[in-house]
Design a protein around this ligand. Structure first.
Ligand code: OXD
Ligand code: MN
Length: 596
């Protein structure tokens, strides 16, 4: 398969430690994928869904302990604790490696070790990187086949001397001779490890087979390790969707946007505009890699090839484009399974058929008070299947970004939209986004604000203060006129328990305003918090007045902002020394603007 000596030696070295029964080099062909899926169906790990209802689609159930990313078991193993920063868990690399070598020893006995070469980003793009994942999970192989560009072509790009990001994964459950496997082998939570080594750009994971813990190209590589590469090489690896938006005149722009989880990122990426004649197309729904082009603009690619989306509440009403995307060639995990081998989940748009199995494989009892689909149940589907997939998603050059949006779920204070006065002000806005806690979360009170800077808190591979400085530096060296404009949006503001903005497709009205601002239209005015739309600049024609109160949605309340500034002050003080003075200056300017 390859003449890359470093890769061959590396695979052999890991095979010696893991002691698998077989080694399989993945070529990425359909035949290979089908063989692995057929084997999983035969062994009861996967269910083939009804071919008429969900062609070429499969269903999986995990162990109840393995349903989400495990942030408390995720480690940034930099040489010093300070380099990981206070927002990350840290263990020194030599200590972590010693621990992990012990648990890796013989961990693949009785199993096949798969070697998965993959490209994050279109093949041959100067923005793409090659990774190789070693895993003992066939579930991981078929998911990596959708989520990345995987197989022989990645090896061809590596050639004899190419460099790759090494990604090691084992579920950590060796089999004795003749021992029967369980449906979802994994380790208990406290024995799971998701480790990033930023200096050596390695990923070592153990004990979980699910999502970002195991599909190492996604959060571990494309965000944690790539954020380190970006800092070293002068580019940005971000937890952002990328969308293309075309106005009535056929002019197109691209927007990147970061939101903490549960703020409707996938919905925005696939939005169906209500503004007549406008079009939104999807480049990506989760990750953006942005590098400066020769023209001085920031160009973005989506390093992924698939969607790994939260299923519950996805319907023809909430997100028709996502719903259509997942009707075929889709892998489902932890949703309900109907008696005719279709899938069901809360919010799908119809009642649960009698006899449906819930995600724990029990006949679902509607009166149990428990959901049928696990709240973090997922679909995995190729981006190319999205009815509004942007053709440029395959373009190795990427797309030029005109605007960056930051947002969170905020019931008060933050208006529907405002614009940063300059790059550093935008960096400050990104650094303090967050969501209010909507239901009890251990250790936090309902309504309390949880900061998630740049939506990167769980995904930044180094000290978050240094990350802010990197964003500041990106702006320093750039041609200011060519940098994307930065906006803050908030679809979730309420008054007396009532939403002030209808959201969903109507958000296109805000995108249209942002689009026009990117053409420098004179539709904004200064305010203490930044530039806000002039009266009438956001088109609300045709909206039911019962569902919108644009004045209240745009209100800047001095008292609320007084509290907001205090919160920012105390959040910034957590960072100590490693914090850019430019952001302190921006905060002081904000305070001063309120004094005027
Ligand atoms: C995701 C996440 O799964 O951000 O994309 O948690
Ligand atoms: Mn994400």
């Amino acid at each position: 398969m390859t003449k890359n000596k470093r890769l061959i030696d590396w695979v052999n070295q890991w095979a010696n430690l893991f002691e698998p029964d077989n080694i399989h080099w993945c070529d990425g062909t359909e035949q290979e994928n089908q063989r692995i899926l057929d084997d999983m169906v035969a062994s009861g790990v996967a269910v083939k869904l009804n071919e008429e209802k969900k062609p070429n689609s499969y269903y999986f159930q995990t162990d109840p302990s393995d349903v989400a990313r495990v942030e408390n078991r995720t480690f940034i193993c930099s040489k010093t604790k300070e380099d990981a920063g206070h927002t990350n868990n840290w263990v020194a690399p030599d200590i972590m490696k010693e621990t992990m070598r012990k648990i890796y020893k013989g961990a693949m006995k009785g199993r096949t070790m798969y070697v998965i070469p993959f490209s994050m980003g279109p093949y041959g793009s100067d923005k793409s990187y090659i990774g190789v994942e070693i895993t003992d999970s066939p579930y991981v192989v078929v998911h990596m086949k959708i989520m990345t560009r995987m197989g022989k072509r990645a090896l061809d790009i590596l050639g004899e001397n190419g460099e790759f990001i090494p990604c090691i994964h084992s579920i950590g459950v060796p089999l004795k001779e003749g021992e029967k496997d369980v449906k979802w082998p994994c380790r208990p939570i406290e024995e799971k490890y998701i480790c990033q080594f930023p200096e050596t750009k390695e990923i070592w994971a153990y004990g979980s087979g699910y999502g970002g813990n195991a599909l190492l190209g996604k959060k571990c590589f494309a965000l944690r390790i790539a954020s380190v590469l970006g800092k070293e090489e002068g580019w940005l690896a971000e937890h952002m969707l990328i969308l293309g938006i075309t106005n009535l005149k056929g002019e197109k722009k691209y927007i990147a946007a970061a939101f903490p989880s549960a703020c409707g990122k996938t919905n925005l990426a696939m939005l169906i505009p209500t503004t007549p004649g406008w079009k939104v197309e999807t480049v990506g729904d989760d990750i953006a890699w942005m590098k400066f082009g020769e023209d001085g603009r920031l160009w973005a690619i989506n390093p992924e090839n698939g969607f790994f989306g939260v299923v519950p509440q996805t319907s023809m009403d909430t997100n028709p484009n996502a719903f259509v995307s997942i009707q075929k060639n889709t892998l489902y995990t932890n949703v309900g399974l109907t008696p005719d081998k279709d899938v069901w989940w809360e919010g799908i748009g119809w009642d649960c058929p009698e006899g449906t199995l819930d995600w724990k494989n029990k006949v679902y009892d509607k009166n149990s008070g428990e959901p049928c689909a696990q709240s973090n149940s997922r679909f995995t589907a190729p981006i190319a299947q999205c009815p509004v997939a942007d053709k440029a998603f395959e373009d190795p050059i990427g797309v030029p970004i005109s605007a960056i949006l930051f947002g969170g779920r905020r019931q008060s204070t933050i208006p529907l939209v405002y614009e940063a006065n300059n790059w550093n002000h935008g960096v400050m806005i990104g650094s303090v986004i967050g969501s209010e806690i909507t239901s009890a979360v251990i250790g936090l009170k309902e309504g309390e604000l949880r900061h998630d800077p740049f939506a990167m808190k769980p995904f930044c591979g180094y000290n978050m203060g240094d990350y802010f400085q990197h964003w500041v530096n990106i702006g320093k060296d750039a041609d200011q006129d060519k940098l994307p404009k930065i906006f803050c949006v908030n679809w979730f503001r309420k008054e007396e328990g009532k939403w002030l903005w209808p959201g969903y497709g109507e958000n296109s009205r805000v995108l249209a305003y942002i689009f026009d601002r990117c053409n420098s239209e004179d539709i904004a005015q200064d305010s203490p918090i930044g530039k806000i739309p002039k009266d009438g600049a956001i088109n609300i024609e045709g909206l039911d007045p019962k569902n919108v109160d644009i004045k209240a949605a745009m209100k800047i309340d001095k008292e609320e902002w007084g509290r907001e500034i205090q919160t920012i002050d105390s959040f910034y003080s957590e960072f100590g020394e490693r914090f850019p003075m430019e952001l302190k200056q921006e905060l002081n300017k904000l305070k001063d603007r309120f004094k005027q």
